[in-house]
Design a protein around this ligand. Structure first.
Ligand SMILES: Cc1ncc(COP(=O)(O)O)c(C=O)c1O
Length: 446
């Protein structure tokens, strides 16, 4: 019996009572490896006493002050840590409590930027199919995740439209060069700007590495440069959503560091607080903040819990640990170990079609027949069954269906904490292999 509405009224959730490192300890005595940190959240592992102490210390001093009147030491220090060195021209931070809130802030700030700049008619956003930006109405309108949009479609905002994702594994025709593929996608975006009309688009929105909906899909080289060029030519902002892929997960603090572009506005969340605090942020470029400073100076947006002192203390300590222990260096060092072991076990696996991603953000895509790239029928619920079988085998992973087009396809994300060891990676891959083989047996491969 529960009084809580969980994600499903039929769900029977295990009771987790504590955690240490990569392990979650359940009330019945089992220990489960958290191999994905939920949706790529737990970046320094569970049960970190230093973070717990920092949070307790702040809570004892003062847990909450309203951000309309007061600021706090950890929030100020976190801001400096995040943008003190102006990465990619980002120089100001708006602290919130989740990824969706970070994305809402980016969307609203884009509108306000144009209003402050004398172009209030720029009220349209272009994003991509198969991207996910959050579950609040604005962020969901930007999202191209068909299942999550489904019943809300009639009330999602008409001021958002979508173009094709950069998803070469499924959408780049055989024989086409990367350059050509990029040119096709840039032209599609150009056409969408033309369709919406001159000086109407506020921003283009994309995940730098697509997470939940397609499984760790990196763009082909040159894609983001081409997209940035189209945005610049049309006076639209570039919003990059790094809620899942950012803050070190790919082996660099920001996933855009691989792309040769930086955004005008950026959303970060999950790995920023590592799960210790409910925290996210909008990172703001100098160009955008100057428009606000030279205009009204007042961001027409806000939340009661923005810049929450305890959440900020949690994120600050997590980020300090990542720097002091060079954990992003560990991601760079051990990512080849993870991908190497996955390749050893799965590159010839009859039902693993692709192994992809960057750093500690790696996905396996499954197919019934890898030669013809035929996915398992959605009714077989491969990814959901894999999640359940994984738990029986003592491993929590992050599977999702609808990989290819929102309906067909299955993948699973492996996103261990940045301080995982090579031995632990080996255990993750073994349990994953057992779980995949058992799931294939259950759904029936034929
Ligand atoms: C890329 C991306 N953006 C935004 C969100 C929304 O974040 P939250 O669930 O914290 O609201 C998510 C969550 O999975 C995400 O993966």
């Amino acid at each position: 019996m529960t009084y809580l509405l969980h994600r499903s009224t039929r769900a029977k959730l295990d009771l987790g009572v504590s955690g240490k490192g990569i392990y979650i300890h359940l009330a019945d005595g089992r220990r489960v490896i958290d191999a994905s940190g939920g949706p790529a959240v737990a970046c320094i592992g569970h049960g970190n006493a230093r973070v717990a102490d920092a949070m307790a210390e702040q809570a004892k001093k003062i847990a909450f002050m309203h951000n309309m009147f007061f600021t706090s030491e950890p929030a100020e220090a976190l801001g400096e840590l995040l943008v003190g060195e102006e990465p990619g021209g980002l120089c100001r931070v708006f602290l919130v409590s989740s990824g969706s809130e970070a994305m809402e802030a980016c969307l609203k700030m884009a509108l306000q930027y144009h209003t402050e700049s004398g172009e209030p008619q720029r009220t349209h956003f272009i994003s991509r199919w198969q991207g996910y930006h959050g579950n609040t109405f604005g962020a969901l309108s930007a999202s191209g995740h068909r299942a999550r949009r489904s019943i809300y479609e009639p009330v999602l905002m008409q001021s958002f439209s979508h173009v094709s994702p950069c998803f070469p594994f499924h959408h780049k025709p055989d024989g086409q060069s990367d350059e050509n593929y990029v040119a096709t996608l840039a032209q599609e975006l150009e056409n969408e700007f033309a369709r919406v009309g001159p000086n109407r688009v506020a921003a283009f929105v994309a995940e730098t590495v697509v997470g939940a909906s397609t499984g760790c899909v990196t763009a082909v080289p040159g894609y983001f440069k081409a997209i940035r060029e189209v945005c610049d030519r049309h006076g639209a902002l570039l919003i990059l959503d790094e809620v899942m892929c950012g803050m070190g997960r790919t082996g660099r603090t920001h996933a855009w560091e691989y792309e040769g572009v930086s955004p005008d506005l950026q959303a970060v969340a999950k790995g920023m607080g590592g799960g210790y605090g409910s925290v996210g942020a909008m990172l703001i470029s100098r160009k955008v903040i100057e428009a606000l400073e030279n205009g009204t100076g007042v961001f027409v947006h806000g939340h009661t819990y923005q810049a929450h002192p305890v959440a900020a203390a949690a994120a600050l300590e997590v980020q300090r640990i990542i720097r002091e222990e060079d954990l992003i260096g560990n991601v760079q060092k051990l990512s080849p170990v993870l991908t190497g072991m996955l390749a050893d076990r799965f590159s010839q696996h009859p039902h693993v079609a692709d192994i992809r991603g960057r750093g500690f953000f790696i996905a396996l895509e499954f197919q019934q027949d890898r030669e013809t790239k035929t996915s398992f029928a959605p009714e077989r619920q491969f990814s959901d069954r894999l999640r359940r079988v994984g738990l029986e085998n003592g491993i929590a992973i992050y599977p999702n269906g609808g990989t290819i087009d929102g309906a067909r396809g299955d993948h699973v994300i492996i996103a261990p904490p940045f301080n995982v060891t090579a031995g632990e990676i080996e255990e993750i891959v073994s349990r994953l292999e057992r779980s995949i083989n058992k799931t294939v047996e259950l759904v029936g491969a034929a």
